[in-house]
Write a protein that binds this ligand. Structure first.
Ligand code: ADP
Length: 506
Protein backbone atom coordinates (compact mmCIF):
# COMPACT_ATOMS: atom_id res chain seq x y z
CA UNK A 1 0.00 0.00 0.00
CA UNK A 2 2.71 2.48 1.06
CA UNK A 3 4.94 1.38 -1.78
CA UNK A 4 2.13 1.99 -4.25
CA UNK A 5 1.70 5.47 -2.83
CA UNK A 6 5.42 6.19 -3.19
CA UNK A 7 5.42 4.92 -6.79
CA UNK A 8 2.39 7.07 -7.63
CA UNK A 9 4.03 10.10 -6.01
CA UNK A 10 7.20 9.45 -8.01
CA UNK A 11 5.30 9.14 -11.28
CA UNK A 12 3.58 12.40 -10.45
CA UNK A 13 6.94 14.05 -9.64
CA UNK A 14 8.42 12.88 -12.95
CA UNK A 15 5.41 14.18 -14.85
CA UNK A 16 5.59 17.54 -13.07
CA UNK A 17 9.32 17.80 -13.75
CA UNK A 18 8.81 16.89 -17.42
CA UNK A 19 6.06 19.51 -17.79
CA UNK A 20 8.31 22.10 -16.13
CA UNK A 21 11.15 21.26 -18.50
CA UNK A 22 8.84 21.41 -21.52
CA UNK A 23 7.57 24.79 -20.37
CA UNK A 24 11.12 26.09 -19.92
CA UNK A 25 12.27 24.90 -23.33
CA UNK A 26 9.18 26.47 -24.93
CA UNK A 27 9.62 29.80 -23.18
CA UNK A 28 13.34 29.73 -23.92
CA UNK A 29 12.89 29.17 -27.65
CA UNK A 30 10.14 31.79 -27.96
CA UNK A 31 12.29 34.13 -25.89
CA UNK A 32 15.20 33.63 -28.26
CA UNK A 33 13.16 34.41 -31.37
CA UNK A 34 11.54 37.46 -29.85
CA UNK A 35 14.94 38.64 -28.67
CA UNK A 36 16.34 38.23 -32.17
CA UNK A 37 13.44 40.16 -33.64
CA UNK A 38 13.95 42.89 -31.06
CA UNK A 39 17.67 43.10 -31.83
CA UNK A 40 17.03 43.40 -35.56
CA UNK A 41 14.54 46.16 -34.89
CA UNK A 42 17.03 48.02 -32.76
CA UNK A 43 19.75 47.61 -35.36
CA UNK A 44 17.49 49.07 -38.05
CA UNK A 45 16.63 51.91 -35.76
CA UNK A 46 20.26 52.70 -34.98
CA UNK A 47 21.19 52.63 -38.65
CA UNK A 48 18.36 54.96 -39.57
CA UNK A 49 19.20 57.42 -36.84
CA UNK A 50 22.87 57.59 -37.79
CA UNK A 51 21.99 57.94 -41.46
CA UNK A 52 19.54 60.76 -40.77
CA UNK A 53 21.87 62.64 -38.48
CA UNK A 54 24.77 62.49 -40.88
CA UNK A 55 22.83 63.43 -43.98
CA UNK A 56 21.18 66.29 -42.13
CA UNK A 57 24.51 67.51 -40.86
CA UNK A 58 26.24 67.21 -44.22
CA UNK A 59 23.35 68.53 -46.30
CA UNK A 60 22.44 71.45 -44.12
CA UNK A 61 25.87 72.75 -43.44
CA UNK A 62 28.63 71.44 -45.65
CA UNK A 63 26.85 70.99 -48.98
CA UNK A 64 25.01 74.28 -48.82
CA UNK A 65 28.20 76.16 -48.15
CA UNK A 66 30.27 74.29 -50.71
CA UNK A 67 27.71 75.19 -53.34
CA UNK A 68 27.52 78.87 -52.53
CA UNK A 69 31.18 79.87 -52.27
CA UNK A 70 32.48 81.73 -55.37
CA UNK A 71 36.20 82.10 -55.82
CA UNK A 72 35.90 85.58 -57.46
CA UNK A 73 33.65 86.94 -54.77
CA UNK A 74 34.71 85.95 -51.27
CA UNK A 75 33.04 88.97 -49.68
CA UNK A 76 30.01 86.87 -48.77
CA UNK A 77 32.08 84.13 -47.16
CA UNK A 78 31.54 85.34 -43.63
CA UNK A 79 27.80 85.57 -44.16
CA UNK A 80 27.66 82.10 -45.63
CA UNK A 81 29.73 80.60 -42.86
CA UNK A 82 27.48 82.14 -40.23
CA UNK A 83 24.33 81.00 -42.01
CA UNK A 84 25.42 77.39 -42.02
CA UNK A 85 26.92 77.75 -38.55
CA UNK A 86 30.47 76.77 -39.42
CA UNK A 87 33.30 77.32 -37.01
CA UNK A 88 35.81 78.24 -39.71
CA UNK A 89 36.09 78.14 -43.49
CA UNK A 90 39.33 78.04 -45.51
CA UNK A 91 39.52 78.67 -49.22
CA UNK A 92 42.81 77.48 -50.77
CA UNK A 93 44.24 77.80 -54.22
CA UNK A 94 45.74 74.96 -56.23
CA UNK A 95 49.07 75.59 -54.48
CA UNK A 96 47.38 74.94 -51.10
CA UNK A 97 47.82 78.58 -50.17
CA UNK A 98 45.04 80.51 -48.49
CA UNK A 99 43.59 82.92 -51.05
CA UNK A 100 43.10 86.51 -49.96
CA UNK A 101 39.95 86.81 -47.87
CA UNK A 102 39.73 83.04 -47.95
CA UNK A 103 39.61 82.49 -44.18
CA UNK A 104 36.71 83.29 -41.89
CA UNK A 105 36.16 82.11 -38.34
CA UNK A 106 33.73 82.57 -35.49
CA UNK A 107 36.58 82.58 -32.99
CA UNK A 108 37.89 85.84 -31.61
CA UNK A 109 40.68 87.36 -33.68
CA UNK A 110 43.55 86.16 -31.49
CA UNK A 111 42.37 82.58 -31.27
CA UNK A 112 41.32 82.73 -34.89
CA UNK A 113 44.86 83.47 -35.95
CA UNK A 114 46.31 80.76 -33.75
CA UNK A 115 43.84 78.30 -35.10
CA UNK A 116 44.67 79.26 -38.68
CA UNK A 117 48.37 78.73 -38.05
CA UNK A 118 47.71 75.39 -36.41
CA UNK A 119 45.60 74.38 -39.38
CA UNK A 120 48.07 75.36 -42.08
CA UNK A 121 51.08 73.89 -40.32
CA UNK A 122 49.60 70.72 -38.75
CA UNK A 123 46.41 69.74 -40.52
CA UNK A 124 46.66 70.80 -44.12
CA UNK A 125 49.35 68.32 -45.11
CA UNK A 126 47.22 65.47 -43.81
CA UNK A 127 44.20 66.39 -45.89
CA UNK A 128 44.25 64.44 -49.15
CA UNK A 129 42.93 67.44 -51.02
CA UNK A 130 44.63 66.82 -54.33
CA UNK A 131 43.33 63.30 -54.51
CA UNK A 132 39.80 64.48 -53.96
CA UNK A 133 37.45 64.00 -56.89
CA UNK A 134 36.02 67.16 -58.36
CA UNK A 135 32.93 68.48 -56.57
CA UNK A 136 32.87 65.69 -54.07
CA UNK A 137 32.88 66.06 -50.34
CA UNK A 138 35.62 64.47 -48.33
CA UNK A 139 36.12 64.61 -44.59
CA UNK A 140 38.56 63.80 -41.86
CA UNK A 141 37.94 63.20 -38.19
CA UNK A 142 40.44 63.57 -35.42
CA UNK A 143 40.02 62.80 -31.78
CA UNK A 144 42.67 65.15 -30.53
CA UNK A 145 42.88 68.48 -32.31
CA UNK A 146 42.96 72.10 -31.45
CA UNK A 147 43.08 72.39 -27.60
CA UNK A 148 42.82 68.63 -27.39
CA UNK A 149 39.29 68.65 -28.72
CA UNK A 150 37.88 66.36 -31.43
CA UNK A 151 37.36 67.87 -34.87
CA UNK A 152 35.86 67.18 -38.25
CA UNK A 153 37.10 68.94 -41.39
CA UNK A 154 34.97 68.64 -44.53
CA UNK A 155 36.51 69.58 -47.83
CA UNK A 156 35.83 69.75 -51.54
CA UNK A 157 37.77 70.35 -54.75
CA UNK A 158 36.16 72.77 -57.14
CA UNK A 159 36.92 74.50 -60.37
CA UNK A 160 36.36 78.12 -61.40
CA UNK A 161 37.13 78.50 -65.08
CA UNK A 162 40.43 76.68 -65.41
CA UNK A 163 41.46 77.33 -61.82
CA UNK A 164 41.23 74.61 -59.23
CA UNK A 165 40.53 75.61 -55.65
CA UNK A 166 39.66 73.92 -52.38
CA UNK A 167 37.20 74.73 -49.64
CA UNK A 168 37.84 73.29 -46.16
CA UNK A 169 35.25 73.62 -43.42
CA UNK A 170 35.74 73.16 -39.71
CA UNK A 171 32.43 71.57 -38.69
CA UNK A 172 30.86 72.59 -35.41
CA UNK A 173 30.79 69.46 -33.22
CA UNK A 174 29.29 71.39 -30.31
CA UNK A 175 26.31 72.04 -32.53
CA UNK A 176 26.16 68.37 -33.52
CA UNK A 177 26.13 67.22 -29.90
CA UNK A 178 24.25 70.10 -28.36
CA UNK A 179 21.63 70.76 -30.99
CA UNK A 180 21.30 67.93 -33.50
CA UNK A 181 21.54 64.91 -31.20
CA UNK A 182 18.75 66.08 -28.89
CA UNK A 183 16.40 66.31 -31.88
CA UNK A 184 16.97 62.67 -32.69
CA UNK A 185 17.30 61.01 -29.34
CA UNK A 186 14.32 61.33 -27.14
CA UNK A 187 15.22 61.08 -23.52
CA UNK A 188 11.58 60.89 -22.51
CA UNK A 189 10.74 58.52 -19.67
CA UNK A 190 8.18 56.85 -21.88
CA UNK A 191 10.63 55.97 -24.61
CA UNK A 192 11.25 52.28 -24.74
CA UNK A 193 14.90 52.65 -25.66
CA UNK A 194 18.03 54.28 -24.38
CA UNK A 195 20.57 55.96 -26.63
CA UNK A 196 24.18 56.70 -26.04
CA UNK A 197 26.89 58.07 -28.29
CA UNK A 198 30.43 57.09 -27.37
CA UNK A 199 33.72 57.96 -28.99
CA UNK A 200 36.35 55.61 -30.37
CA UNK A 201 37.69 54.98 -26.86
CA UNK A 202 34.22 54.08 -25.60
CA UNK A 203 33.98 57.35 -23.69
CA UNK A 204 30.56 58.83 -23.17
CA UNK A 205 29.67 61.73 -25.48
CA UNK A 206 25.91 62.02 -25.36
CA UNK A 207 22.77 60.31 -24.06
CA UNK A 208 22.03 57.94 -21.23
CA UNK A 209 25.08 56.25 -19.94
CA UNK A 210 24.84 52.48 -19.67
CA UNK A 211 27.35 49.78 -19.10
CA UNK A 212 28.69 47.54 -21.84
CA UNK A 213 27.99 44.52 -19.71
CA UNK A 214 24.53 45.53 -18.68
CA UNK A 215 22.73 43.21 -21.04
CA UNK A 216 22.51 41.35 -24.27
CA UNK A 217 20.02 43.71 -25.80
CA UNK A 218 22.48 46.39 -26.90
CA UNK A 219 23.27 47.22 -30.52
CA UNK A 220 25.82 49.64 -31.92
CA UNK A 221 26.04 51.55 -35.20
CA UNK A 222 29.06 53.61 -36.25
CA UNK A 223 29.12 57.11 -37.71
CA UNK A 224 30.97 57.00 -41.04
CA UNK A 225 30.47 60.33 -42.76
CA UNK A 226 31.29 62.75 -40.00
CA UNK A 227 32.66 61.74 -36.59
CA UNK A 228 34.19 58.51 -37.80
CA UNK A 229 35.16 56.89 -34.53
CA UNK A 230 31.90 57.58 -32.80
CA UNK A 231 29.30 54.92 -32.26
CA UNK A 232 25.60 55.09 -31.51
CA UNK A 233 24.48 52.48 -29.00
CA UNK A 234 20.87 51.53 -28.43
CA UNK A 235 19.60 49.52 -25.49
CA UNK A 236 16.31 48.41 -24.04
CA UNK A 237 15.10 50.71 -21.33
CA UNK A 238 14.48 47.84 -18.93
CA UNK A 239 18.19 47.39 -18.66
CA UNK A 240 17.80 48.56 -15.13
CA UNK A 241 16.04 45.29 -14.47
CA UNK A 242 18.91 43.33 -15.87
CA UNK A 243 20.12 42.24 -12.47
CA UNK A 244 16.63 41.00 -11.71
CA UNK A 245 16.83 39.13 -14.97
CA UNK A 246 20.11 37.61 -13.92
CA UNK A 247 18.56 36.57 -10.63
CA UNK A 248 15.70 34.94 -12.50
CA UNK A 249 18.19 33.12 -14.66
CA UNK A 250 19.85 31.69 -11.56
CA UNK A 251 16.46 30.63 -10.23
CA UNK A 252 15.60 29.11 -13.60
CA UNK A 253 18.77 27.07 -13.72
CA UNK A 254 18.18 25.87 -10.16
CA UNK A 255 14.64 24.83 -11.08
CA UNK A 256 15.73 23.15 -14.31
CA UNK A 257 18.54 21.36 -12.50
CA UNK A 258 16.04 20.32 -9.83
CA UNK A 259 13.63 18.98 -12.42
CA UNK A 260 16.35 16.97 -14.14
CA UNK A 261 17.49 15.66 -10.77
CA UNK A 262 13.95 14.67 -9.80
CA UNK A 263 13.53 12.79 -13.08
CA UNK A 264 16.87 11.00 -12.75
CA UNK A 265 16.37 10.16 -9.08
CA UNK A 266 12.84 8.95 -9.67
CA UNK A 267 13.86 6.83 -12.61
CA UNK A 268 16.67 5.35 -10.54
CA UNK A 269 14.29 4.67 -7.69
CA UNK A 270 11.70 3.14 -9.99
CA UNK A 271 14.35 0.92 -11.59
CA UNK A 272 15.42 -0.29 -8.15
CA UNK A 273 11.80 -0.79 -7.08
CA UNK A 274 11.02 -2.75 -10.24
CA UNK A 275 14.09 -4.93 -9.75
CA UNK A 276 13.22 -5.56 -6.13
CA UNK A 277 9.64 -6.38 -7.02
CA UNK A 278 10.73 -8.79 -9.73
CA UNK A 279 13.06 -10.52 -7.32
CA UNK A 280 10.35 -10.72 -4.71
CA UNK A 281 8.06 -12.30 -7.29
CA UNK A 282 10.67 -14.89 -8.20
CA UNK A 283 11.24 -15.60 -4.52
CA UNK A 284 7.51 -15.78 -3.94
CA UNK A 285 7.05 -18.52 -6.50
CA UNK A 286 10.00 -20.38 -4.95
CA UNK A 287 8.29 -19.89 -1.64
CA UNK A 288 5.02 -21.34 -2.87
CA UNK A 289 6.71 -24.46 -4.18
CA UNK A 290 8.82 -24.74 -1.00
CA UNK A 291 5.84 -24.36 1.28
CA UNK A 292 3.76 -26.80 -0.72
CA UNK A 293 6.63 -29.24 -0.49
CA UNK A 294 7.02 -28.59 3.21
CA UNK A 295 3.33 -29.18 3.74
CA UNK A 296 3.24 -32.29 1.61
CA UNK A 297 6.18 -34.11 3.13
CA UNK A 298 5.04 -34.20 6.77
CA UNK A 299 1.47 -34.87 5.62
CA UNK A 300 2.51 -37.91 3.62
CA UNK A 301 4.68 -39.13 6.51
CA UNK A 302 1.75 -38.67 8.89
CA UNK A 303 -0.68 -40.45 6.63
CA UNK A 304 1.76 -43.28 5.94
CA UNK A 305 2.52 -43.98 9.62
CA UNK A 306 -1.10 -43.32 10.61
CA UNK A 307 -2.22 -45.92 8.09
CA UNK A 308 0.31 -48.45 9.41
CA UNK A 309 -0.92 -47.88 12.95
CA UNK A 310 -4.56 -48.11 11.91
CA UNK A 311 -3.94 -51.38 10.05
CA UNK A 312 -2.08 -52.76 13.08
CA UNK A 313 1.02 -53.27 11.00
CA UNK A 314 3.37 -53.03 13.93
CA UNK A 315 5.57 -55.73 15.36
CA UNK A 316 5.38 -54.57 18.95
CA UNK A 317 4.31 -51.68 21.14
CA UNK A 318 7.70 -49.98 20.93
CA UNK A 319 7.34 -49.71 17.19
CA UNK A 320 3.80 -48.39 17.62
CA UNK A 321 5.11 -45.76 20.01
CA UNK A 322 7.86 -44.87 17.56
CA UNK A 323 5.32 -44.43 14.75
CA UNK A 324 3.08 -42.34 16.96
CA UNK A 325 6.08 -40.21 17.89
CA UNK A 326 6.92 -39.67 14.25
CA UNK A 327 3.34 -38.61 13.60
CA UNK A 328 3.47 -36.27 16.56
CA UNK A 329 6.81 -34.76 15.50
CA UNK A 330 5.68 -34.18 11.96
CA UNK A 331 2.40 -32.63 13.03
CA UNK A 332 4.29 -30.25 15.33
CA UNK A 333 6.52 -29.33 12.46
CA UNK A 334 3.47 -28.79 10.29
CA UNK A 335 1.88 -26.65 12.94
CA UNK A 336 5.02 -24.53 13.24
CA UNK A 337 5.24 -24.05 9.54
CA UNK A 338 1.63 -22.97 9.35
CA UNK A 339 2.19 -20.60 12.29
CA UNK A 340 5.18 -19.11 10.52
CA UNK A 341 3.30 -18.63 7.29
CA UNK A 342 0.27 -17.11 8.97
CA UNK A 343 2.33 -14.76 11.15
CA UNK A 344 4.35 -13.76 8.19
CA UNK A 345 1.24 -13.07 6.13
CA UNK A 346 -0.12 -10.91 8.96
CA UNK A 347 3.13 -8.97 9.16
CA UNK A 348 3.18 -8.55 5.37
CA UNK A 349 -0.28 -7.08 5.47
CA UNK A 350 0.95 -4.69 8.16
CA UNK A 351 -1.51 -5.74 10.83
CA UNK A 352 -0.78 -5.08 14.48
CA UNK A 353 0.39 -8.53 15.46
CA UNK A 354 2.28 -7.92 18.67
CA UNK A 355 1.02 -7.88 22.22
CA UNK A 356 3.67 -6.47 24.51
CA UNK A 357 3.89 -7.11 28.21
CA UNK A 358 6.64 -6.97 30.84
CA UNK A 359 8.17 -10.42 30.76
CA UNK A 360 11.19 -12.35 31.97
CA UNK A 361 13.21 -12.95 28.85
CA UNK A 362 15.15 -15.82 30.52
CA UNK A 363 11.92 -17.72 31.01
CA UNK A 364 10.87 -17.19 27.43
CA UNK A 365 14.18 -18.52 26.13
CA UNK A 366 14.05 -21.52 28.46
CA UNK A 367 10.59 -22.39 27.14
CA UNK A 368 11.73 -22.12 23.55
CA UNK A 369 14.60 -24.51 24.31
CA UNK A 370 12.18 -26.94 25.91
CA UNK A 371 9.92 -26.82 22.89
CA UNK A 372 12.73 -27.83 20.51
CA UNK A 373 13.99 -30.55 22.86
CA UNK A 374 12.62 -33.49 20.96
CA UNK A 375 13.76 -32.31 17.57
CA UNK A 376 17.17 -31.73 19.06
CA UNK A 377 17.29 -35.27 20.35
CA UNK A 378 16.13 -36.63 17.01
CA UNK A 379 19.02 -34.82 15.34
CA UNK A 380 21.35 -36.13 18.02
CA UNK A 381 22.41 -32.67 18.98
CA UNK A 382 22.92 -31.02 22.35
CA UNK A 383 22.24 -27.51 23.52
CA UNK A 384 24.52 -25.70 25.89
CA UNK A 385 22.49 -22.85 27.39
CA UNK A 386 24.11 -20.11 29.48
CA UNK A 387 21.35 -17.80 30.64
CA UNK A 388 22.38 -14.99 32.95
CA UNK A 389 20.07 -15.06 35.99
CA UNK A 390 18.13 -12.07 37.36
CA UNK A 391 17.82 -10.16 34.14
CA UNK A 392 15.48 -7.19 34.42
CA UNK A 393 12.01 -7.74 32.95
CA UNK A 394 11.58 -6.14 29.54
CA UNK A 395 8.70 -5.24 27.30
CA UNK A 396 8.17 -8.37 25.26
CA UNK A 397 5.66 -10.24 23.15
CA UNK A 398 6.44 -13.63 24.68
CA UNK A 399 4.85 -15.70 21.92
CA UNK A 400 6.54 -13.83 19.12
CA UNK A 401 9.91 -13.90 20.88
CA UNK A 402 9.58 -17.64 21.51
CA UNK A 403 8.92 -18.08 17.81
CA UNK A 404 12.03 -16.06 16.99
CA UNK A 405 14.27 -18.09 19.32
CA UNK A 406 12.81 -21.34 18.06
CA UNK A 407 13.42 -20.29 14.48
CA UNK A 408 17.09 -19.64 15.24
CA UNK A 409 17.54 -22.96 17.07
CA UNK A 410 15.54 -24.79 14.38
CA UNK A 411 17.84 -23.38 11.72
CA UNK A 412 20.88 -24.55 13.70
CA UNK A 413 19.32 -28.02 13.91
CA UNK A 414 18.45 -28.04 10.22
CA UNK A 415 21.63 -26.60 8.74
CA UNK A 416 24.31 -27.42 11.33
CA UNK A 417 23.44 -30.97 12.32
CA UNK A 418 27.01 -32.10 11.78
CA UNK A 419 28.25 -29.61 14.34
CA UNK A 420 26.48 -31.68 17.00
CA UNK A 421 26.10 -28.85 19.46
CA UNK A 422 24.35 -25.53 19.78
CA UNK A 423 25.20 -22.79 22.22
CA UNK A 424 22.54 -20.39 23.49
CA UNK A 425 23.63 -17.43 25.60
CA UNK A 426 21.56 -14.72 27.19
CA UNK A 427 23.21 -11.83 28.95
CA UNK A 428 22.97 -8.19 29.74
CA UNK A 429 25.23 -5.71 27.96
CA UNK A 430 24.68 -2.19 29.27
CA UNK A 431 21.22 -1.10 28.31
CA UNK A 432 20.70 -4.15 26.12
CA UNK A 433 19.85 -7.80 26.42
CA UNK A 434 21.88 -9.96 24.07
CA UNK A 435 20.77 -13.40 22.90
CA UNK A 436 23.21 -15.45 20.83
CA UNK A 437 22.58 -18.76 19.13
CA UNK A 438 25.77 -20.37 17.92
CA UNK A 439 26.32 -23.50 15.86
CA UNK A 440 29.28 -25.32 14.33
CA UNK A 441 27.78 -26.02 10.94
CA UNK A 442 28.76 -24.91 7.43
CA UNK A 443 28.23 -21.23 8.20
CA UNK A 444 26.95 -18.63 5.76
CA UNK A 445 28.83 -17.14 2.83
CA UNK A 446 29.69 -13.48 3.59
CA UNK A 447 27.90 -12.30 0.44
CA UNK A 448 24.65 -13.84 1.58
CA UNK A 449 24.71 -12.75 5.20
CA UNK A 450 22.48 -9.77 4.49
CA UNK A 451 20.21 -11.53 2.07
CA UNK A 452 19.22 -14.41 4.32
CA UNK A 453 17.12 -11.96 6.30
CA UNK A 454 15.09 -11.07 3.21
CA UNK A 455 11.75 -12.78 2.89
CA UNK A 456 11.82 -16.00 0.85
CA UNK A 457 15.58 -15.95 0.47
CA UNK A 458 17.38 -19.27 0.85
CA UNK A 459 21.15 -19.54 0.62
CA UNK A 460 22.57 -21.05 -2.57
CA UNK A 461 24.30 -23.79 -0.59
CA UNK A 462 21.04 -25.20 0.78
CA UNK A 463 18.83 -24.83 -2.28
CA UNK A 464 20.18 -28.05 -3.79
CA UNK A 465 20.17 -29.99 -0.54
CA UNK A 466 17.11 -31.88 0.66
CA UNK A 467 16.74 -29.50 3.61
CA UNK A 468 13.24 -28.19 3.80
CA UNK A 469 12.59 -24.52 4.25
CA UNK A 470 10.46 -21.62 3.10
CA UNK A 471 12.86 -18.68 3.46
CA UNK A 472 10.64 -16.74 5.82
CA UNK A 473 12.05 -17.82 9.19
CA UNK A 474 14.82 -15.21 9.45
CA UNK A 475 12.66 -12.48 7.91
CA UNK A 476 10.24 -13.18 10.72
CA UNK A 477 13.02 -13.14 13.32
CA UNK A 478 14.19 -9.77 12.03
CA UNK A 479 10.71 -8.34 12.04
CA UNK A 480 10.12 -9.52 15.60
CA UNK A 481 13.47 -8.15 16.84
CA UNK A 482 12.85 -4.77 15.24
CA UNK A 483 9.29 -4.63 16.56
CA UNK A 484 10.85 -4.91 20.01
CA UNK A 485 13.13 -1.97 19.27
CA UNK A 486 16.17 -4.21 18.73
CA UNK A 487 17.67 -6.06 15.78
CA UNK A 488 19.23 -9.30 14.64
CA UNK A 489 22.59 -9.91 13.00
CA UNK A 490 24.75 -12.82 11.97
CA UNK A 491 28.44 -13.41 12.31
CA UNK A 492 29.82 -16.28 10.31
CA UNK A 493 32.69 -17.47 8.19
CA UNK A 494 32.16 -20.27 5.69
CA UNK A 495 32.81 -23.64 7.32
CA UNK A 496 33.14 -22.12 10.79
CA UNK A 497 29.57 -22.20 11.97
CA UNK A 498 27.22 -19.28 12.45
CA UNK A 499 26.38 -17.03 15.38
CA UNK A 500 23.05 -15.26 15.29
CA UNK A 501 22.56 -12.44 17.74
CA UNK A 502 19.37 -10.68 18.76
CA UNK A 503 19.60 -7.57 20.90
CA UNK A 504 16.70 -6.02 22.74
CA UNK A 505 16.59 -2.72 24.60
CA UNK A 506 15.98 -2.81 28.34
P1 ADP B 1 14.53 -21.42 5.72
O1 ADP B 1 15.32 -22.01 6.86
O2 ADP B 1 13.11 -21.76 5.76
O3 ADP B 1 15.17 -21.64 4.40
P2 ADP B 1 15.25 -18.92 6.97
O4 ADP B 1 14.80 -17.53 6.70
O5 ADP B 1 15.09 -19.44 8.34
O6 ADP B 1 14.55 -19.83 5.90
O7 ADP B 1 16.78 -18.97 6.59
C1 ADP B 1 17.22 -18.43 5.38
C2 ADP B 1 18.44 -19.12 4.89
O8 ADP B 1 19.54 -18.80 5.74
C3 ADP B 1 18.38 -20.57 4.91
O9 ADP B 1 17.79 -21.08 3.74
C4 ADP B 1 19.84 -20.99 5.03
O10 ADP B 1 20.42 -21.01 3.76
C5 ADP B 1 20.44 -19.88 5.80
N1 ADP B 1 20.65 -20.22 7.23
C6 ADP B 1 19.86 -19.87 8.25
N2 ADP B 1 20.37 -20.32 9.43
C7 ADP B 1 21.53 -20.94 9.13
C8 ADP B 1 22.54 -21.62 9.90
N3 ADP B 1 22.41 -21.75 11.24
N4 ADP B 1 23.60 -22.14 9.25
C9 ADP B 1 23.71 -22.02 7.92
N5 ADP B 1 22.80 -21.41 7.13
C10 ADP B 1 21.72 -20.88 7.72
Amino acid sequence: MRRLLVVNALIFAVLAAAVALAYYSYSYSSGVTSKERELQLMRDLAEEKVLNIESWFVQESDTALFREVQLDDLSKLKELADASQMRSVFVLDDQMKLVAGGYVTRRNPKEGNEFRDWFTSKVLEHLALKAQKLNQRGHVYGANGWNGKPFVFSFIRRQAGDRTFYIVIEDDLDRLVGWLFPQFFSSSERSKRLYEVVNERGEHIYGTQFLETSGELVVAWPFVDTVDGWVLRVAERDLEFQDQLAKRRVLDSVLIGGAVLVILASLGFLAIAIRRERRANELKSDFISNVSHELKTPLSIISMFGEMLANGRTKNTEQATEYAEIIWRESVRLGRLIDNVLDFAKIERGMGVYEFDDADVGEVVTRAIELVGRRLAAAEMTINAELEPDLPPIRLDANAFTLAVMNLIDNAIKYATEGKKIEVRLKRDGARILLTVRDWGPGIHPEEQEQIFERFYRARAVRLKPIRGSGIGLALVQHIARAHGGDVSVDSASGQGATFQIWLPI
